[in-house]
Write a protein that binds this ligand. Structure first.
Ligand code: UDP
Length: 401
């Protein structure tokens, strides 16, 4: 099991000391996190690392999954999209199923803890079905800058019962929510399979397994095949780069079989890649594997993230952590992670020639690029590791329970 002292070599004595000092004040307190899945997505990934660490420092921390039905998850998926601005037909039936599943779960889920942390909208109504005798915190991981007004008004009825809202960025603070907000940016776990240092032997193994030729510099984008990640734009950028420097492009995006849009976009990318003069230098991967992502990020000469829209952009954090130069769009949470020209390059999302120029600079000046990558890694070390999130929660809870 991961222990907090395993992180000492990475984050230093001061951070670990700080965590233990806060732990003393919270020792034995009982905390519960509630979300709606054990795996898949950033929330589950963060809780997988956070919950054992909270226990390791002496908080009795539990993690419960809201039990839903396919109907319920269909509705909450629609809520998720509508919170990010999509339209929704908000019927009474949808509202009732949403409330009913939460009410049923509340009958048998004991949430009698010193603090309750509810993640995202799925378990939000739970607060209504308990005698609220402790602080309830709502941790929203979704971009709330332009929520659908009707849905927001409905959900606000539940949110107002909470003691505090935690959001990912200053832009997601809600003016019309008269309650305290905190900002916790997402983090990565440097000891998870996606981020641990790979030995040359591991690296070789994965290069062979996935058949990645390492004879030319690699440029990589790791992202779902999604229009907002602009994979076709990435191909255009690669075409421009390839005119000047011999290199390969890897586009890696795992594919959910129930995502017809992803498949359609993948097909378009595949077709366009096949029509390129240098089509053999474009590698498309759809396997989901943490070691593969780790290997690609670690091995690449340049990692790009050409998103047209982005929440935070954990792929950027992960690539910076590998010490690789990153060229990424100036959107969403990416500028929080990269200081342009110092720890990576920021480019306007649709400026394909700007992307190509920045990538070429990294390829032609590898020492500059490496130095930049190291600065990026240090910035992540100081700001975006799991120990910081642990401290965020402990500082917050110290004043509350
Ligand atoms: N990811 C992965 N395999 C893939 C594509 C993405 O494991 O083929 C992971 C990626 O490493 C990151 C997460 O999925 O941890 C994507 O998070 P991000 O914030 O970058 O984008 P999102 O997909 O949430 O919009």
């Amino acid at each position: 099991m991961k222990r907090i002292q395993d992180y000492r070599k990475i984050v230093g004595d001061e951070v670990i000391g700080d965590i233990f000092r806060h732990a003393r004040k919270l020792y034995g307190k009982r905390i519960i996190h509630v979300n709606s899945t054990y795996s898949g997505g950033g929330v589950a990934e963060m809780l997988t690392s956070l919950v054992p660490l909270m226990n390791d420092v002496g908080l009795k921390t539990d993690w419960r999954i809201l039990r839903g039905t396919p109907d319920f998850f269909d509705i909450t998926k629609k809520f998720h999209n509508a919170l990010q601005g999509a339209s929704i037909n908000l019927t009474d039936m949808k509202k009732n199923i949403y409330k009913q599943i939460n009410e049923e779960f509340a009958i048998y889920a004991d949430l009698n803890y010193d603090a309750v942390v509810i993640h995202d909208p799925q378990p939000l109504p739970l607060v209504q079905y308990y005698r609220k005798a402790q602080p309830w915190l709502w941790r929203c991981h979704i971009d709330l800058s332009k929520p659908n007004a009707q849905l927001w008004d409905f959900l606000k009825g539940f949110i107002l019962r909470y003691d505090l809202a935690i959001v990912t960025s200053e832009d997601y603070k809600k003016q019309d929510l008269p309650m305290e907000h905190r900002i916790f940016t997402p983090v990565i776990d440097p000891l998870s399979p996606k981020n641990i240092p790979l030995t040359p032997k591991d690296m070789q193994k994965h290069i062979r397994k996935y058949n990645i030729p390492a004879d030319k510099p690699l440029i990589t984008q790791i992202s779902r095949f999604d229009k907002w990640k602009d994979p076709l734009g990435v191909l255009d950028v690669f075409k421009r780069v390839r005119k000047e420097v011999d290199c390969r492009l890897v586009l890696c995006g795992s594919m959910a079989s129930d995502d017809p849009e992803g498949l359609e976009i993948f097909r378009k990318v595949e077709q366009q890649a096949n029509n390129m003069i240098n089509s053999r230098d474009v590698i498309l991967l759809t396997t989901e594997n943490n070691f593969l992502v780790n290997m690609l990020q670690s091995l690449s000469s340049v990692v790009i993230q050409k998103s047209l829209r982005e929440g935070f952009g954990l792929t950027v954090t992960e690539a910076l952590w590998k010490g690789r130069p990153v060229v990424a769009s100036r959107v969403g949470g990416i500028p929080l992670q990269i200081q342009d020209g110092k720890s990576g390059f920021l480019v306007e999302p649709r400026d394909n020639s700007g992307f190509a120029r920045a990538i070429l600079k990294c390829l032609k000046e590898p020492e500059m690029a490496d130095a930049m990558g190291q600065k990026g890694r240090e910035y992540v070390r100081q700001n975006f590791l799991i120990t910081r999130l642990l401290l965020n929660y402990m500082q917050l809870l110290t004043g509350m329970i």
